[in-house]
Design a protein around this ligand. Structure first.
Ligand SMILES: Nc1nc2c(c(=O)[nH]1)N[C@H]1C(S)=C(S)[C@@H](COP(=O)(O)OP(=O)(O)OC[C@H]3O[C@@H](n4cnc5c(=O)[nH]c(N)nc54)[C@H](O)[C@@H]3O)O[C@H]1N2
Ligand SMILES: Nc1nc2c(c(=O)[nH]1)N[C@H]1C(S)=C(S)[C@@H](COP(=O)(O)OP(=O)(O)OC[C@H]3O[C@@H](n4cnc5c(=O)[nH]c(N)nc54)[C@H](O)[C@@H]3O)O[C@H]1N2
Ligand code: SF4
Ligand SMILES: [Mo]
Length: 726
């Protein structure tokens, strides 16, 4: 019998509408859902892997309990109840012995629900949630909250000028890439700021091949030109900002000559691009991971970007940077509320690891943003989730596991995260995980991180569970396509199962996650099934709402000079910092490591460390690649296709060489997320997790991190390349 079911693809962020063709009870084909109100049938090549992923023989289908030494690959299959009972018992014993803060949690990027993990950890009593949030979008979001009380994702489709800054949507976000192409057809001006000649650069009016890690110097140069030439929106600046005079002083030193010397750019292109951006309205300036992954400068780059948007008059205008939620979407119970943050008492908040060094991204900064947000009407600007911008610092968490200082961290849980691949210094992470009394993983596959666990719980694919998905303007139902296979369960069931065994039963009243969606939708008078039947809800956006409501900041205005930063001892106006390892920051080191490294530029069909076991993905992209300019390779007597060694003072890895004229001869660009599921699991191999792991090259100690947030560098480092003989 043949049928079709509507569901969604959750293999990355956008949750595109998907239709599964079902034959004899088995999904046989996945294709875009033409009737999906947002994605309208558009899907990327990765979605075609869904069927292979759903039925893959390497999937973990039952809970596993370690029976040999940690990392020996010896497991026993047990039931969910037994596994949850044993884990809850062990967690309770550790909490009694060391305090709740002894449990850490590592998260990855948005795949599961996230509020459920925060809810459990708040109720358990630990503030030590850590992971990629220090570097991925969340820092930008927190900075925008401090600057103008909310977060914006630019409206490319209606814009007259789009600045693609450290962002490559052609590889990372199909719907923005489609939006850009559509805008281009209507004559939008495009400026690309990226050290690589990406496809976006090829359709751009201007491409600025900036030296990695120096973007904030360029932004400060732009601000200086824009002020000097009177290209800013004087009316908006006068009425709606504080700190303009201080800003003028702060940018005075960033003359085109100086910025050119820092950034590898020409003075003329710096001036011309600033004029093009500021004089074409409305304009949008994108968020990009290229600027979040540059360590010391990441936070102030986000500040300078927010300031450019504001002084050029692009905040909350159509085709600029829309702000705030629109009704009825704003009335839906938010994920921030589901986190139940009030459950974590102040004395436990105060124990968050790393928050003393990076207070803006811990409870102190999050609480200040929250207090300002509460001055606005509920539902207008949703408060920032603690899960997004209130995290412990991974460096401090793993250090505490190893040293017991400032207190013992003896247990960890990872859900939808593979810390050995995603975080810097994987050998340290390895030693730390190995040292634990208890390590729990909820996963699709046996990964290098899962291989070190005591218990591994089987996760269901996105098509096996439901999700409520919304942006500021819409909310759609993402329905389950097939019933969970074997004993796979979603993260809600995992956390609830643990929670009710640890005295949290009254806070998990909903038996299934579908009941949670009904609870969230109650204020708009819909159930999840009704939302699915009516194909989503959409709000109508009005612009410049700040004219009535103000901004959710200490002054109620856009803070060019940030009071929150000042109060937390951080730099209240943006500055450029030369990195500890850079050509100018450390000339001796530069002599030994003469190339500038970037890592992790996105490529299809892979998503971080996933898909390495899926034959159709691996056949297309079998090996980890490192890109060099042909001239650089020639100097080193290297040829396309050979395996070469790449080293930083932190460590060395090997990758296969690809030559590309798209990068500067002074640079190296290499992929992240590489491990080899085809190699043995048991140690010492551990799926060969260290040989081509980009993060072996990346540090996260304080001198490399942004002092405000602790963003560590995956990019803008110094490296060298060598031939591998034999
Ligand atoms: N060198 C370098 N490192 C980087 C980056 C870079 O550019 N360069 N990028 C960084 C960024 S931006 C991010 S966001 C992080 C991402 O880091 P992570 O999100 O940790 O990404 P992965 O390493 O793919 O690990 C995710 C794991 O979750 C599992 N998984 C997927 N979906 C589900 C699910 O629904 N349920 C459960 N239980 N498990 C699931 C996958 O099998 C996979 O093993 O990496 C960061 N690391
Ligand atoms: N295919 C695929 N898509 C993904 C992901 C994936 O793993 N695979 N991951 C998802 C996640 S979690 C994220 S965060 C997004 C990230 O999506 P993007 O923001 O597109 O991230 P990247 O591709 O890491 O980097 C974007 C660009 O930044 C440039 N860059 C590197 N360093 C610098 C710098 O110092 N300055 C400037 N100006 N540019 C620089 C790189 O050359 C690259 O072209 O992608 C999401 N989409
Ligand atoms: S993997 Fe592709 S189809 Fe799936 S959600 Fe992401 S962009 Fe959409
Ligand atoms: Mo990310």
């Amino acid at each position: 019998m043949k049928t079709q079911v509507r569901t969604y693809c959750g293999l990355c962020h956008p949750r595109c509408g998907l239709v599964l063709d079902i034959e004899n009870g088995r999904a046989v084909r996945a294709h875009g859902d033409k009737h999906h109100p947002v994605t309208r049938g558009l899907v990327c090549p990765r979605s075609q892997l869904m069927i292979e992923h759903l039925y893959h023989p390497d999937r973990i289908n039952h809970p596993l309990k370690r029976i040999g030494p940690r990392g020996s690959g010896q497991w026993q299959r047990i039931g969910w109840d037994q596994a949850l009972d044993e884990v809850a018992g062990a967690l309770d014993a550790l909490r009694k012995r060391y305090g709740a803060e002894t449990l850490a949690f590592t998260h990855g990027t948005s795949r599961t629900y996230h509020w459920d993990e925060r809810r459990f950890n708040n109720l358990f009593g630990t503030p030590n949630i850590c992971g990629a949030n220090n570097i991925c979008m969340c820092p930008s979001q927190a900075v925008e909250y401090a600057t103008y009380g909310g977060f914006s994702w630019g409206d490319m489709r209606h814009s007259r000028c789009v600045v693609i800054w450290g962002y490559a949507p052609s590889k990372s976000n199909l719907s923005d890439w489609a939006g850009l192409m559509q805008a281009k057809k209507h004559g939008v001006k495009v400026i690309v700021v990226d050290p690589r000649r990406i496809p976006e650069a090829e359709i751009a009016d201007m491409w600025l091949a900036v030296r990695p890690g120096t973007d904030v110097a360029l932004m400060l140069g732009w601000i200086r030109i824009i002020i000097e030439e009177g290209l800013y929106d004087a009316g908006f600046v006068e009425r709606w900002t504080v700190g303009f005079d201080e800003l003028k002083v702060a940018v005075a030193a960033y003359t085109p000559v100086r910025v050119a010397a820092i950034t590898w750019l020409d003075e003329e292109e710096i001036v011309a691009s600033a004029r093009l951006y500021a004089s074409t309205k409305p304009a949008t300036l994108t968020w990009g991971f290229g600027t979040d992954k540059q360590g010391v400068n990441a936070t102030q780059t986000a500040r300078a970007r927010a300031i450019l948007r504001a002084i050029c008059g692009n905040l909350d205008v159509q085709g600029g940077e829309p702000l705030g939620w629109v009704e009825p979407v704003g009335s839906i119970i938010s994920e921030a509320e589901l986190e139940l943050n009030e459950a974590l008492p102040p004395e436990q908040r105060a124990k968050q690891l790393g928050a003393d060094r990076y207070p803006f991204f811990g409870y102190p900064g999050w609480e200040m943003n929250l207090a300002n947000n509460r001055k606005l009407p509920k539902g207008y600007m949703q408060p920032s989730m603690a899960g997004i911008s209130c995290v412990a610092h991974a460096h401090n968490v793993f250090a505490a596991m190893l040293s017991g200082k400032p207190y013992p961290v003896r247990a960890a849980i990872s859900v939808a995260s593979n810390p050995l691949l995603s975080l810097p210094d994987p050998k340290r992470t390895y030693a730390a995980l190995k040292s634990l009394d208890l390590y729990i993983v909820h996963e699709y596959y046996m990964t290098p991180s899962a291989a070190l666990a005591d218990y591994v719980f089987p996760a269901c694919s996105t098509v096996e569970t439901s999700q409520l998905w919304h942006s500021m303007d819409f909310c759609v139902a993402c329905p389950r396509g097939v019933e969970p296979l074997f004993e796979r369960r979603n993260s809600y069931d995992f956390w609830r199962g643990l929670g009710i065994r640890l005295g949290q039963a009254e806070y998990w009243p909903w038996q299934t996650v579908d009941e949670v969606w009904d609870y969230c939708l109650a204020p708009v008078g819909l159930s999840f099934a009704e939302l699915a039947a009516q194909n989503g809800i959409f709000g109508r956006r009005e612009y410049r709402r700040y004219e009535q409501l103000g901004f959710g900041t200490p002054s109620g205005k856009v803070e060019l000079h940030s009071q929150i930063f000042a109060e937390l001892g951080a730099e209240p106006l943006p500055v450029y910092r030369e990195m500890a390892h850079s050509p100018a920051g450390n000339p001796e080191l530069y002599a030994e490591y003469p190339l500038v490294l970037i890592t992790g530029s996105r490529f299809m069909p892979m998503y971080h460390s996933e898909q390495r076991q899926l034959a159709s993905a691996r056949n297309r992209h079998p090996d980890p690649l490192v890109l060099l300019h042909p001239e650089t390779a020639q100097e080193m007597n290297m040829e396309e296709g050979e395996w070469i060694r790449i080293s930083t003072p932190q460590g060395s890895i090997r990758m296969r060489l690809r030559l590309s004229e798209r990068i500067d001869p002074r640079m190296v660009d290499l992929e992240h997320g590489w491990w080899f599921p085809e190699r043995p699991e048991a140690e010492p191999e551990l799926f060969d997790v260290f040989s081509s792991n980009a993060n072996i090259l990346c540090p996260d100690s304080p001198e490399f991190c942004s002092p405000e947030i602790g963003s560590w560098p995956h990019s803008a480092l110094l490296c060298r390349v060598d031939k591998i003989e034999g």
